[in-house]
Design a protein around this ligand. Structure first.
Ligand code: NAG
Ligand code: NAG
Ligand code: NAG
Ligand code: NAG
Ligand code: NAG
Ligand code: ZN
Length: 321
């Protein structure tokens, strides 16, 4: 019993560390990593067993053909995503690049049970644009990068211990990042600005403040946020708490190759004596039921009519749709 209590305390501390700034995280004790066989994701179920070997783990491969349409998955309301001063600081955590938000950024709607406070986003990547490193995959396709916006139920007032004890305490918004076609460099401008900070945070625990000027909307430009997948899963890093309502947007953010490449060529796991940060993503976990929002798939009118025809046929045959 004592051991169990200890484990849950450690899990809570680690989760808080992952979510909140590291000021409170001197006690981080489970040394997990991506790059060494002794602490990479193969070991997480062993070194962080309370949740990492659970049965509702993330990330997953999404199979669009198996995703069930859910009319409740309506549009979100994004509060202060248009603020050009909401992005406060950017940090090398040794595992990712994390951008922390000021207060007042929120997401609601989209069949979330209440408003969720948006705390931070961070990124997952492979090794440049040619070795993809998104966490989720779609029909087995892995994108170059994935951006995660982490949100916590507003009613917990920032108490992440309570949030991770609730199977829907956190809401994660996942955005794929794809290489922009053509030969453009330094595009889009918002990503050029964001990545310009990377040279100031090459080493672990380096952190700098972000000048006002770019908004979340700027960074998410070009993505139709009405079109998304939904499933219930976990944090993708230890302690892997199964407390996350996942939203994965179908359309990728398009960023030029030179900017994508900066992540795997600039950021060190600790410092210039250590490896560069590459392949910072967890491997695919067992499938979960996935639903999709209204109008998620772009279909031609004829395909839509064909589906309606099939539906009518199956109704006529008395099949449960
Ligand atoms: C949609 O929401 C309604 C009302 O909360 C609920 O009864 C229904 O089961 C939901 N539908 C799906 C497909 O989840
Ligand atoms: C990443 O790519 C670079 C350039 O192609 C290569 O030198 C390096 O070994 C790769 N790193 C890993 C971890 O695969
Ligand atoms: C968070 O909630 C837990 C459980 O209700 C409580 O024990 C703890 O004191 C709270 N933490 C903070 C920082 O308020
Ligand atoms: C890198 O970090 C290690 C371990 O903290 C330290 O011993 C070493 O001096 C650092 N090297 C440089 C070049 O900063
Ligand atoms: C976004 O997708 C929805 C659903 O497919 C569609 O109705 C809407 O027109 C799209 N919006 C834009 C700006 O393309
Ligand atoms: Zn993540």
């Amino acid at each position: 019993m004592c051991l169990e209590l200890m484990n849950s305390l450690v899990a809570a501390v680690l989760t808080v560390c992952a979510l909140v700034s590291s000021v409170h995280c001197a006690s981080e004790s489970i040394a997990w990593c991506y790059h060494l066989p002794s602490c990479n994701d193969n070991t997480w179920p062993t070194i962080s067993p309370q949740y990492c070997n659970g049965n509702q783990q993330s990330p997953i491969n999404i199979v669009p053909a198996s995703a069930k349409f859910n009319a409740n998955l309506t549009d979100f309301t994004f509060k202060n995503f248009n603020s050009i001063s909401a992005l406060e600081s950017i940090k090398n955590t040794g595992k990712t690049v994390k951008v922390t938000f000021g207060s007042g950024v929120q997401v609601s709607g989209g069949d979330l049970s209440e408003a969720y406070d948006s705390l931070q986003f961070h990124l997952h990547w492979g090794n440049g644009s040619s070795v993809p490193g998104s966490e989720h995959t779609v029909d087995g396709k892995r994108y170059p990068m994935e951006l995660h916006i982490v949100n916590v139920k507003a009613s917990y007032n920032g108490n992440t211990t309570q949030a991770v004890a609730d199977s829907k305490g956190l809401a994660a918004l996942g955005f794929f990042i794809e290489e922009m076609s053509g030969t453009a460099t330094g595009q889009p401008a918002s990503w050029k600005t964001l990545t310009s900070y990377l040279t100031n945070i090459k080493d672990k625990d380096d952190s700098v403040s972000i000048a006002s000027g770019i908004s979340l909307d700027d960074l998410l430009d070009g993505v139709n946020r009405s079109r998304y997948y939904r499933y219930l899963g976990s944090l993708t890093t230890p302690a892997c708490n199964e407390a996350v309502v996942w939203t994965v947007f179908k359309e990728p953010i398009k960023v030029s190759k030179d900017l994508i490449d900066l992540f795997s060529t600039t950021m060190y796991v600790t410092n210039s004596s250590s490896p560069l940060m590459t392949n910072v993503f967890r491997k695919i976990q067992p499938e979960q039921p996935v639903t999709e929002s209204a109008g998620s798939s772009i279909r031609s009118a004829s395909t839509a009519w064909y589906s309606l025809g099939l539906m009518a046929l199956s109704l006529a045959l008395g099949r449960k749709w």
